[in-house]
Design a protein around this ligand. Structure first.
Ligand code: ATP
Length: 324
């Protein structure tokens, strides 16, 4: 049988450019075809493979086609949101940061790795959603805020305590981070508080591009925040800066700002370490009620949205030199 003509093979694949690489034919007429299926869904991939194979099979001398489908692996960057202590508002900040980054035009996903208290499904208004897996890979849940997400809380029944030990916890983290994050450039990862197994697994296996640390102004919270910063710094994960949450109490009646937890501590600590204070979020009833209702303030139009937009801009600007 005649060896397939390379020009005719190339012509047959022309309609599939730029997804089809130039085919190679062996002497027995078997053609190897490489197709780039990035961004296509299952049906799109199948159609492309079927049509390209059919086009090649029509070329004289072709006895068979072996297709290899490749998806361009986007370089996703992880931004870890950590805190030293629990309850400082880390999850609230992570959700609003992700939404504000998306509003600024970034392609952002959100991973809730807070195994011991996953609160992102509630914050993002996605409590009833359950992710499905395809080829053993989880598909992120879309949210109405343009930020797809996955949470430990979506993998178990609501309200069920996650009494996982280290290896199980880091295995679950892997499933969330290595999910099918198609079209996503940034993954904001809400870590559990402290410096435990999940943080170590995050640093060792998933190499965040950067970390931001959330603290309240109290001294105790700051001491723990410093510990969290040290963990990232030791592992050479750049810490972009500190976000001070519950920085002053915004009185809903008169609008006055007071400072029951102290003032200026986080800024001073950040400055001591040569780090920027990326933003300051007051203790604000509107933030709590909006968050609890699954309508993060960053998605709204109020002053809180502007505040989170400023923090997102600071984070994106700090990442700019690290984009490579
Ligand atoms: N700036 C704020 N103003 C008012 N309420 C806030 C603010 N930040 C967080 N909260 C509220 O504080 C509570 C704890 O916040 P959140 O769950 O984000 O903390 P966390 O640090 O992630 O906690 P954990 O470590 O337990 O997961 C929530 O009810 C949240 O709505």
């Amino acid at each position: 049988m005649a060896h397939p003509d390379p020009d005719r093979l190339a012509a047959a694949l022309a309609p599939f450019a730029p997804r089809a690489a130039p085919p190679r034919a062996a002497a027995d007429g078997l053609v190897s075809l490489i197709l780039d299926v990035s961004g296509l869904d299952e049906a799109g991939r199948a159609a492309l493979e079927r049509d390209a194979k059919a086009a090649l099979m029509a070329v004289p001398g072709v006895t068979g086609v072996r297709a290899l489908l490749t998806a361009e692996r986007r370089e996703r960057r992880l931004i870890a949101v950590g805190s030293g202590k629990g309850g400082v508002g880390k999850s609230t900040i992570a959700a609003n940061l992700a939404i504000a980054m998306a509003r600024a035009g970034a392609r952002v996903g959100l991973v809730d790795a807070d195994i011991y208290g996953p609160s992102q499904p509630r914050l993002m208004g996605a409590e009833d959603a359950r992710p499905v897996a395809e080829d053993k890979q989880l598909i992120p849940i879309p949210t109405r805020y343009g930020v797809p997400m996955l949470s430990m809380g979506q993998l178990v029944a609501p309200g069920k305590a996650l009494a996982w030990r280290g290896p199980m916890a880091s295995g679950a983290l892997g499933q969330l981070v290595d999910a099918r994050w198609e079209g996503i450039d940034w993954l904001v990862v809400d870590l559990p508080p402290g410096t435990g197994d999940v943080q170590l697994s995050m640093i060792q296996k998933h190499r965040p591009a950067a970390a931001v640390i959330v603290s309240t102004p109290q001294d105790v919270a700051l001491i723990d925040a410093v510990r969290a910063m040290d963990l990232f710094a030791t592992a050479q994960v750049p810490v972009l800066g500190l976000i001070e949450n519950m920085a002053g109490y915004l009185c809903p009646a008169c609008g006055a700002l007071s400072h029951p937890f102290g003032h200026g501590g986080a800024e001073a600590e950040a400055a001591r370490r040569g780090l920027p204070l990326l933003g300051r979020v007051p203790l604000d009833l509107a933030i709590r009620t909006a968050s609890d209702a699954g309508t993060p303030p960053a998605a709204g139009e109020g002053p809180e949205a502007a505040l989170f937009a400023g923090i997102a801009a600071a984070v994106l600007a700090a990442m700019e030199p690290k984009r490579g």
